[in-house]
Design a protein around this ligand. Structure first.
Ligand code: ADA
Length: 568
């Protein structure tokens, strides 16, 4: 995964990024494929999205990837995939070992007693939009679902005892008390295994532990008086390194508390206002694949804009992106894969199970990131429909169970009728005044009405934010009429809205502009007819990251908002 820090000192890890053998099989059912007979006739970059390359642009179907790894020794291995879109089946030496559904999340395949010799890994990848196979990626969503092995792949060598995860949470930021949970696996029970925890290189705990066969958890609480806190202004990070038996794992964390109190968001006890953007992991030439240079360029844009907030719309973001957010001090809304679902989906066990798995995988990757301050679910789904409430309660409840330290939320488009605001910590509304309805002059009135509605319905004790607001502009399109799709019209809408929300009205705790970059959208007719070029053109920069006029305007206003916050 090539994080921004070294995860292991003693565990041996092989990075499988590079060119893999590839074949696009097309409209073939995975169960009909005889994996021994697949004829690979091409190569494909891993990580990458095959349908973002000109040769396979827009193609949907089954594809096969293959690579080989020579193993000098037999033993236990773990194969880690950081994201495969959207459905995949993994074959090791010709044998199917696991299926996975849903892109954007990490999953692993454990292999016991692997013999020495060549390890052949074949991955069948299906990028078709097929509810029955993969209910998380649907054709009407407002982004293009690229397919392929879009993030890194690694092979880890495990011994008799191995660390599955190190989970770290700030228990009390004032005394710098951290709760640590080590999840381990073990092939047999054993006594007196050495456990050593180091904090920024210094030993903080050293003892012997007894381990159970199969695996278990070890929990402890440690205090690091005087350790620097993490905040957007001073994003101080610390390293926790755990050794258990002969295995080890390093995590990088920030000590901080983020919570809500009445209408406010508090970071380390101080009120914070969110000024930010929504970001998709999408690029015109590489789809969902995100090379380091692109991640860094996007992070630098977010910082240059003066944002302290990014929403990872609408799915779990690459951990390397979260690493950069930790370092740059962004506050991140991490979200489960979803877009405008109805009661039909929320009452379907198949869909809900896929959501729950996606949510568990998201939390596992997000929980140690200081930058991730809140979780979201089910973007713009029918939270106003009584038939959907149970689904919202299930997913939000599961999030709280998995990670009680972070506030939860979702985006609502019908605040006057919403039925689930009582289930969240932060009320978040998406509204597009001046774009889909009303005029730019009406923006202040529309926004005030949203706040009045939420408050009058009994939620005046919760923080309220606009998670999305925006306007489309085609890069370079400047026109005397200055209407829809012109750069000037986007400026007019964003300027009015940002001023009103962040400078004029204290009720709002934040704003996420829709969106940082233009992205390719769905080709479904319902979307295509509203999306010139088949792009969602509401970016402050276009798909090549070229700035539109609105970029500088937002940058100026976000800086003013920051100065206002700092002089309070
Ligand atoms: C919604 C949605 C976004 C995008 C946006 C738009 O708010 O959440 O994904 O589709 O609308 O551009 O209309």
């Amino acid at each position: 995964m090539l994080r921004r820090f070294r995860e292991h000192d003693s565990r041996s890890v092989v990075d499988l990024r590079g060119f893999w053998d590839f074949v696009f099989l097309g409209d073939v059912e995975p169960d009909q494929v005889d994996i021994r007979k697949v004829a690979f006739d091409d190569v494909m970059a891993v990580p990458g999205c095959f349908d973002a390359s000109p040769r396979y642009a827009g193609r949907r179907g089954l594809a096969a990837y293959r690579t080989c790894l020579p193993l000098l020794e037999a033993g236990r291995l773990r194969l880690v995939f950081d994201a495969v879109h959207h459905w995949c089946r993994i074959f090791i030496n010709g044998k199917a070992v696991r299926d996975h559904i849903g892109g954007f999340t990490r999953f692993a395949v454990d292999l016991e007693d692997v013999p020495a010799g060549d390890l052949e890994i074949i991955v069948l990848v299906d990028n078709r939009l097929d509810y029955a196979r993969c209910p998380l990626h649907l054709d009407y969503f407002d982004w293009y679902h690229y397919g392929g092995i879009s993030r890194g792949v690694e092979v880890h060598r495990l011994g008799k005892v191995w660390i599955d995860a190190l989970e770290v949470a700030t228990e009390d930021y004032q005394s710098r008390r951290l709760a640590l949970t080590v999840r381990y696996g073990a092939s047999t029970a054993s006594k007196g295994q050495p456990l050593v925890v180091r904090f920024d290189g210094d030993v903080a705990l050293e003892k012997s532990v007894d381990l159970e066969a199969g695996g278990g958890t070890l929990e402890t609480s440690l205090e690091f008086p005087g350790a620097a806190l993490w905040s957007p202004e001073e994003p101080e990070l610390h390293y926790l390194h755990v050794q258990l038996g002969e295995d080890d794992l390093r995590e990088r964390i920030g000590i901080r508390e983020f919570r809500t109190q009445g209408q406010q968001l508090l970071l380390n006890g101080e009120p914070v206002q969110l000024a930010g953007v929504n970001r998709h992991e999408s690029h015109v030439q590489i789809g969902h694949g995100q090379p380091d240079a692109l991640l860094l360029a996007d992070a630098q844009l977010v910082r240059d804009l003066g944002c302290n907030f990014v929403r990872g719309s609408h799915y779990p973001q690459d951990v390397r992106w979260l690493d950069l957010c930790d370092e740059m001090g962004f506050l991140v809304w991490s979200e489960v894969l979803g877009w405008q679902h109805t009661a039909e989906h929320l009452n379907d066990e198949h869909f809900m199970q896929a959501q729950l798995t996606n949510l568990e995988e998201m939390v596992a990757s997000a929980r140690n990131h200081a930058s991730v301050v809140m979780y979201g679910i089910l973007n713009e789904s029918r939270s106003d429909d009584p038939e959907c409430r149970a689904g919202y309660a299930t997913l939000l409840g599961r999030l709280r169970e998995l990670d009680p330290t972070r506030p939860v939320t979702y985006t609502s488009t019908r605040p006057a009728k919403d039925l689930c605001f009582d289930l969240v910590d932060i009320v978040a509304v998406d509204v597009y005044p001046g774009w889909y309805h009303n005029t730019p002059a009406d923006i202040p009135k529309v926004l005030d009405e949203v706040a009045e509605t939420v408050d009058s319905r009994g939620f005046s004790d919760k923080p309220l934010m606009i998670a999305e607001l925006g306007a489309g502009a085609i890069w370079g399109w400047r026109d005397w009429h200055a209407r829809h799709w012109s750069e000037q019209y986007q400026v007019e809408i964003l300027e009015t809205a940002v001023k009103h929300l962040l400078l004029d009205r204290p009720r709002w705790c934040g704003l996420g502009i829709w969106q940082l970059c233009d992205i390719r959208s769905s080709e479904a007719l319902v979307m295509a007819l509203r999306r010139p070029r088949s792009y969602n053109n509401k970016g402050l920069v276009d798909e090549y990251r070229r700035p539109k006029m609105a970029y500088d305007v937002v940058k100026k206003l976000y800086r003013q908002a920051r100065e206002k916050r700092q002089t309070k």
